[in-house]
Design a protein around this ligand. Structure first.
Ligand SMILES: Nc1ncnc2c1ncn2[C@@H]1O[C@H](COP(=O)(O)OP(=O)(O)OP(=O)(O)O)[C@@H](O)[C@H]1O
Length: 246
């Protein structure tokens, strides 16, 4: 009797019955039907990625070392030519799906490929170097410091601090900064975190994140901060945050 089909997972389950298995060059492989290929394979709650390759040699050596520490002897480093053979040259017939990094192809390794590596189906992800995710995403990433009108050049030489007047927007600036005139690094981090939250509230509710009647003292006291969280605010009213900027 034909075995019931199992969810296909690389390195863990069979993808097809014996009679469906064909031989391609020296690689055994499963011959998935068109309907199998068009099916989205069930979510994979946990599976181990045991292999990778196809990076430039120098970078892959370093990554190999890092991954080897995590995976130990379970890690197999495949050459591009091997991956090509496994996936029938990344054939579209073996396409499983596509993610942000590129296409994912079904393949099958036989038990002659590596000592200790059992014959099994695998999924091979092919990096799309033109893709927005992956290479270009990281190469083009440039860290930027957002400037809310508060950025100042740091002290030079033997100076320990820079004197300047308190600047910032009520509701966005850290309350301690407003009250003490002295910024501390944790305040800056808190302010950056709070900023996006307050801005979201302002944009969606059409109200300032703090009451415009807030006084300096009110703002300086975090517990008294009058944050607008009213649900169902009038969305037709232009957001003060947006209208102020335009
Ligand atoms: N091991 C697998 N078995 C079966 N199908 C898979 C497997 N891995 C990926 N796929 C298929 O390929 C598609 C894309 O997978 P991928 O891992 O690239 O998705 P992603 O995590 O959204 O993308 P990325 O990692 O590139 O950001 C999946 O939606 C799935 O259909």
């Amino acid at each position: 009797m034909k075995e019931p089909s199992k969810a296909w997972r690389p390195f863990t389950a069979n993808c097809c019955s014996t009679e469906d298995q064909t031989v391609f060059k020296n690689f055994s492989r499963c011959k998935p039907s068109r309907s199998d290929l068009s099916k989205n394979i069930a979510p994979l709650p946990s599976f181990r990625r045991l292999s990778f390759s196809d990076l430039s040699r120098s970078s892959s050596v370093r990554i190999n070392e890092d991954l080897a520490q995590s995976f130990g002897s379970d890690l197999f480093d495949f050459q591009l030519s091997e991956l090509r053979a496994i996936t029938q040259n990344f054939s579209s017939n073996f396409l499983l799906g596509e993610g942000g990094f590129g296409t994912v192809h079904k393949g099958y390794v036989d038990d002659h490929l590596r000592l200790g590596l059992k014959a099994q189906p695998v999924a091979v992800k092919l990096l799309d170097i033109e893709g927005l995710q992956g290479h270009r995403e990281w190469l083009e990433f440039t860290a930027k410091l957002s400037d809310f009108g508060l950025a100042k050049m740091g002290p030079e030489g033997s100076n320990t601090h820079v004197s300047t007047r308190v600047m910032g927007t009520y509701g966005y600036a850290a309350p301690e900064y407003i009250s003490t005139d002295r910024p501390r690094m944790p305040m800056i981090v808190e302010t950056l975190e709070a900023l996006q939250h307050y801005k979201d509230m302002a944009v969606t509710s059409g109200h300032w994140p703090v009451s415009q009647k807030s006084t300096r003292n009110k703002v300086s006291n975090n517990s008294k901060m009058n944050v607008n969280t009213r649900a169902g605010a009038n969305h037709k009213q232009p957001s003060p945050v947006l209208s102020k900027k335009t």
